[in-house]
Write a protein that binds this ligand. Structure first.
Ligand code: MSP
Length: 502
């Protein structure tokens, strides 16, 4: 097991503004996957970062009257600060302005050029700077006689200019094969969505250069310095830089074999049609898994800065009192197939129902009973019937985590807490003098639920394990019911405070 690697990536975000809950959604989910694989004992590499070049950033810096570099220097620190607040434990924070990345992009583009995969031509089309992409006639709607971006609902800009194209069209059959036959894209519905689009519209060559006079803020095209590299090509290649493609090829292959890329469905096309082709051009296979999630929506609309409907990460942390609670809520509402509506009502009821009244209450009850009735020392006597119930949920949760079914995994942990609260109500240990069996069984249930919640709530889990005197370990063997010989409960924490009444 220790030889296997897991390489987890998030999209690299445009640092044109503060990250919001939509960005936190992907990043927290990726962090949960990363922490789960670390918990199992895999060598884990978790990459996130910022996508710093291109027209969008150039314009934002201009608007603020600062240089693009000064602007992204400042904003990438803001992103790091938010990830710190949210307990995101990345291995590398990549910036597309990092020298090793700029170097890699130039080398890759030069290689594509030398392989004859890039050719000069003219592009005419409609562009959305917020998406940093062109839209075809089939893709945009016409509103007030002007083509409009389907994501941002803003007018597109007409652009006609000299550029260089990448021969994506040669990879049509290859991409279709990966989508349909290789089990890369998860959930499968997204693979079919892209495959149908390609069948209907074909796979067109992609413009990968921008005239410097229009987009100066970018990496220079190595064979024609009048141009900069299109920001999406620059951005996608971050996944290669991050895994050390240029620095250590052997290590790169080891990581790439275990790659799990997590994205939102808005950037599905780039991460399939474009990315799989680009990788193939470099002689590389697609990632092991491309995990795609739906949007966080507000009244059915994608949360986003340009729509003006963002939920701030700070507000979430302030409302629920800790980053862990926010992480749990995000994990609990994670939905890959569908969009997930953001609502304080839903989030409050998850917080109160799952964390305060169910799991938190169980921890408080059992630890205080153990201290009061047994002085905190609880020897191993297992109630087999309850152990069996818990074990079934543990098996389910592990399976869910391994299949990146995060919401189902944390739900199974909550089911353990729920069943154990019911078990206590039936057994009434408070009415007994030495309720060793009931309390040992309940403590084991807490330990297992807590281990399962550890990827989602790392800080709280650590505190709770410490309160019941358990040292965190790595690997699967600790997931056996009855693993602990004797508990030494140290304190009775209240991990989650009630929400103030409104
Ligand atoms: N820079 C590109 C990605 C390049 S990756 C090689 C980009 N950046 S972005 O800042 O716009 O972030 C997009 C990603 O943020 C989405 O794919 C998704 O993971 C996350 N989300 C941003 N808003 C979101 C929602 N409202 N809902 C869910 N995820 C959202 O695109």
């Amino acid at each position: 097991m220790s030889q296997e690697c897991v390489y987890i990536t998030t999209p690299i975000y445009y640092p044109n503004d503060l990250p919001h809950l939509g960005h936190a959604y992907t990043t927290v989910l990726a962090d949960v996957v990363s922490r789960w694989s670390t918990l199992l004992g895999y060598e884990t590499f978790f990459l996130t970062g910022t996508d710093e070049h291109g027209l969008k950033l150039q314009r934002e810096a201009e608007k603020r009257g600062v240089s693009p570099k000064a602007f992204v220097d400042q904003m990438s620190e803001v992103f790091k600060g938010y990830w710190r607040k949210l307990g995101i434990e990345y291995t590398r924070f990549i910036r597309t302005t990092d020298p090793d990345h700029e170097e890699l992009v130039k080398r890759v583009i030069a290689e594509l050029w030398s392989k004859g995969l890039v050719y000069p031509s003219v592009y005419r089309g409609w562009y959305c700077a917020a998406c940093e992409r062109y839209y075809s006639e089939r893709e945009y709607a016409v509103v007030n006689e002007r083509p409009q971006c389907p994501i941002h609902q803003r007018p597109l800009e007409y652009i006609e200019e000299e550029t260089y194209f990448l021969r994506l069209s040669q990879y049509r059959d290859y991409v279709l094969k990966v989508l349909r036959e290789d089990n890369v894209v998860f959930p499968r519905q997204y693979a079919e969505e892209v495959a149908s689009k390609i069948e209907l519209e074909g796979l067109q060559d992609l413009s990968i250069a921008r005239p410097r006079e229009r987009v100066s803020w970018g990496i220079e095209l190595p064979f024609d310095t009048r141009f900069t590299v299109y920001v999406w090509i620059d951005a996608l290649l971050n996944y290669l830089t991050g895994a050390g493609f240029a620095a250590d090829r052997e290590r790169f292959y080891r990581l790439w074999k275990g790659s799990v890329q997590i994205i939102g469905k808005d950037i599905l096309w780039f991460h399939t049609a474009v990315w799989f082709s680009l990788l193939a051009m470099l002689g590389l296979p697609p990632p092991k898994k491309l995990v795609v999630h739906g949007f966080l929506t507000v009244k059915g609309q994608k949360m986003g800065k340009s729509t003006g409907n963002v939920t701030s990460i700070d507000d979430m942390i302030a409302r629920y009192g800790s980053a862990d609670a926010v992480r749990f809520i995000v994990a609990r509402v994670a939905n890959f197939e569908k969009d997930s509506e953001v609502s304080w009502d839903i989030y409050d009821s998850i917080y109160s129902g799952d964390l305060v009244n169910n799991y938190g209450n169980l921890v408080r009850r059992v630890t205080s009973l153990a201290l009061k009735h047994l002085g905190g020392v609880v020897e191993r006597i297992v109630d087999k019937a309850h152990a069996k119930v818990v074990e079934e949920f543990v098996v389910k949760a592990i399976e869910h985590y391994n299949n990146i079914r995060i919401s189902e995994a944390v739900k199974a942990a909550m089911d353990i807490a729920h069943e154990t609260n019911a078990y206590l109500n039936r057994e009434e240990p408070w009415a007994k003098e030495k309720p060793i069996k009931t309390l040992y069984t309940a403590l084991e249930s807490i330990r297992l639920a807590t281990l399962l919640l550890q990827p989602a709530m790392p800080t709280t889990s650590k505190q709770i394990l410490a309160a019941i005197g358990v040292e965190p370990e790595k690997g699967l063997k600790q997931f056996v019911f009855g693993y602990i010989e004797k508990y030494h409960v140290k304190e009775s924490p209240i991990p989650f405070r009630k929400l103030p009444k409104t």
